[in-house]
Design a binder for this molecule. Structure first.
Ligand SMILES: C[S@@+](CC[C@H](N)C(=O)[O-])C[C@H]1O[C@@H](n2cnc3c(N)ncnc32)[C@H](O)[C@@H]1O
Ligand SMILES: [Zn+2]
Length: 289
């Protein structure tokens, strides 16, 4: 069975969780190649198996090379392993293990590696993942590589997801739309949001801007806003440094939009001095109010 056929079957098995982003109506699989609502809005399966639900054109700053660097660092180094372990622990702690299937929605999944790693770490066939991103390049990479999950191009502010269908919403280093997250979560659903703290990737900032101090910790405001929408269960701070080789440092440099604004023309030279990278993140865990 090819990718597209497998994907059509997977979407069919969980068709009730999707909805038309135009008219909000339910969808059906038609002709083994598209999803269609009663108003004939139609979304085709791409050959890689993803579905594009975008209702408007966008211009993403995240291109293929950035996503490739992200995929390399997330899959081939241990830089984010503590995050994956912690998130899978949160899911195992707060979610009822008898729920089948347990549906996980990654809002702003990029090229999908975090979702895949977290699912691997949870190691249960009950978990089914759906990743959404506004960037088609990211979703193409995810669909090509992680064939057991469902991947969609869409806007997290108008997601093609029906109300009260997902048990967990993941939101890693991406924009949020709490109204939407609450709409798609089941009544006792869980939201897990990862936000950077001031020292996140500080070595990069230093190499690019000569700047080590980033005292603007916006996380107090982020937590306050989060608490308006969800019952905050915990804020888990993960801060650590890892030694990386030059290839890995190079990937870190290219996986982040930090280097967009660099005035230095020779980004390569500025990373030669880096051998350690700091990860400093908060994981916000909350239940739907
Ligand atoms: C910093 S990246 C994080 C990606 C991924 N979660 C990761 O950590 O590797 C932010 C992501 O948010 C996505 N994004 C931004 N606005 C979005 C929107 N309105 N709907 C869906 N995705 C969006 C971008 O395309 C990008 O992939
Ligand atoms: Zn429609």
């Amino acid at each position: 069975m090819n990718n597209k056929t497998k994907s059509v079957n997977r979407f069919r098995d969980m068709i009730e969780v999707f909805r038309c982003p135009h008219c909000k109506g339910s969808l059906k699989v038609v002709d083994e190649k598209s999803l269609k609502c009663a108003n004939k809005h139609t979304f085709d399966f791409a050959k890689q198996g993803y579905v594009n639900f975008m209702t408007r054109s966008t211009n993403s700053h995240y291109d293929q090379s950035l996503f490739e660097a992200r995929q390399n660092i997330i899959m081939e180094s241990e830089l984010y392993t503590p995050i994956h372990k912690e998130i899978s622990k949160v899911i195992n702690t707060y979610m009822n293990s008898t729920i089948y299937p347990l549906l996980l929605f990654d809002a702003g999944c990029g090229e999908g590696s975090h979702l895949q790693k977290i699912l691997n770490e949870c190691n249960t066939s009950a978990l089914k993942g759906v990743g959404l991103d506004i960037s088609k390049e990211g979703i193409i990479m995810a669909a090509k590589k992680y064939k057991e999950q469902s991947w969609i191009v869409g806007d997290l502010a108008n997601s093609p997801i029906a109300a009260q269908t997902f048990h967990v919403v993941l939101n890693i280093l991406s924009p949020s739309n709490y109204k939407e997250f609450k709409r798609i979560l089941v009544p006792d659903g869980l939201v897990i949001k990862v936000v950077p703290r001031p020292n996140y990737l500080k070595e990069l900032r230093k190499a690019l801007y000569g700047d080590t101090e980033n005292n603007s910790n916006k996380n107090v405001e982020i937590v306050e806003l989060f608490k308006k929408h969800f019952y905050l269960k915990e804020v888990i701070n993960l801060s650590y440094q890892q030694t990386l080789d030059q290839k890995e440092v190079n990937n870190v440099m290219h996986m982040t939009p930090l280097s967009w604004n660099s005035k230095k023309t020779d980004v390569g030279a500025s990373i030669n001095s880096i051998s350690e990278i700091t990860v400093d993140l908060d994981i916000l865990v909350g239940f739907k109010k």
